[in-house]
Design a protein around this ligand. Structure first.
Ligand code: TXA
Ligand code: MG
Length: 326
């Protein structure tokens, strides 16, 4: 089993039925694939933590069909939450808000807050609608990868993580490619917990106030751990071709190298080379698939050119820095 073809409405309905029954279903969102369980079922949610190998105190994002469904999980949604929901939902923005007491506590990893997201992907929306019709108020779904590994952007990536027994709704490749931007609204001022393709600038305009930067007091978020999103190969960042050549001379490389860069690199150094797109959104879309591909090719080191120092690249730069720290 079972890859379910999301072009078939019956397949989406089958996936909704499975979720309602407390089973796990992986599904596409515009960012990455999620590993879903009904958020109001602590036993179903426990299976997600077990499958991922994720510590049970690392909270999951709850996916909802619309803003009204968000109200079910939140103790309150203030003006700022309403503004950001109106501006960016459905879309790649997760909001951390105070959790309604007694609701989805396993999904929230025991925190008194909860992460809520209304995804824009047509398959995810249809799945959430059909699950809601079966009494599922929301779907807890972390990225469908084992803890600490690269997020999946295709159904095949999900299968590579969890094997063929897991039900995967196949909706093709994810159009954004990196995980949602996370903003914490529980701390008086909005705090950016995880950069994504939705930039701080746009959020600040909609919020009508500046975003604070995360500090040590912020709630736990595994996507914010320094070492995360790691390929198997050792990942290194380099500034330019000259810096790459210098680094390789200084530390004679063991094994096979891959280079992933926007600028041309000396051909001789790498067994494999991939060109990084010039635009941040294109780079984000293919980032995880490219790192998986290089991993699958069996290289020992992946040398990646630093993204430009431009806010449009914040999400991609963040993922690469974490992968390099792993
Ligand atoms: O794009 C995404 O956000 C994808 C798709 C599937 O929606 N999901 C995703 O989930 O990236 P995950 O679990 O891999 O990352 C969610 C992040 C984690 O770092 C988690 O700790 C944080 O959100 N998070 C969730 N609820 C939280 C809460 N109440 N307080 C602080 N952080 C929270
Ligand atoms: Mg993740």
């Amino acid at each position: 089993m079972p890859r379910l073809d999301a072009r078939d409405p019956a397949a989406i309905d089958d996936a909704a039925r499975r979720l309602a029954a407390g089973e796990l279903v992986a599904f596409p969102t515009e960012t990455v694939y999620g590993l879903g369980a009904r958020a109001d079922d602590d036993a179903a949610v426990a299976q997600v933590f077990a499958a991922k190998g994720r510590p049970v105190d690392h909270p999951l994002i709850v996916h909802v069909a619309d803003a009204a469904a968000a109200a079910h999980f939140a103790a309150r949604l203030d003006t700022l939450a309403a503004r950001l929901m109106a501006a960016f939902w459905p879309g790649p923005l997760t909001l951390i808000v105070p959790r309604r007491a007694g609701v989805a506590s396993a999904a929230a990893g025991g925190q008194d807050s909860i992460g809520l997201r209304c995804p824009a992907h047509a398959v995810a929306r249809e799945l959430l609608r059909r699950a809601a019709a079966r009494g599922v108020p929301g779907v807890a779904a972390p990225s469908a990868n084992r803890f600490g590994r690269l997020s999946p952007t295709t159904a095949a990536h999900v299968e590579a993580e969890f094997g063929p027994a897991l039900a995967v709704l196949d909706g093709g490749a994810c159009p954004v490619g990196i995980e949602s931007t996370i903003v914490d609204l529980t701390r008086g001022v909005p705090v950016l917990l995880r950069p994504g393709m939705l930039t701080p600038q746009r959020i600040e305009v909609a919020a009508g106030m500046p975003l604070a930067v995360r500090d040590g007091g912020a709630p736990r978020a595994s996507g914010t751990l320094t070492a995360h999103y790691a390929p198997r190969a050792r990942l290194h960042l380099f500034a330019d071709a000259e810096a790459l050549a210098q680094a390789l001379r200084a530390a004679p490389a063991g094994g096979r190298l891959a280079v992933y860069s926007r600028s041309a690199c000396p051909a001789a150094v790498a067994a494999l080379q991939r060109r990084m797109p010039a635009r941040a959104d294109d780079a984000a879309r293919e980032l995880f698939a490219t790192l998986r591909e290089l991993d699958a090719a069996g290289v020992d080191q992946i040398w990646v050119e630093q993204p430009p120092d431009d806010p449009a690249w914040d999400g991609v730069r963040d993922r690469l820095q974490r992968a390099a720290a792993a």
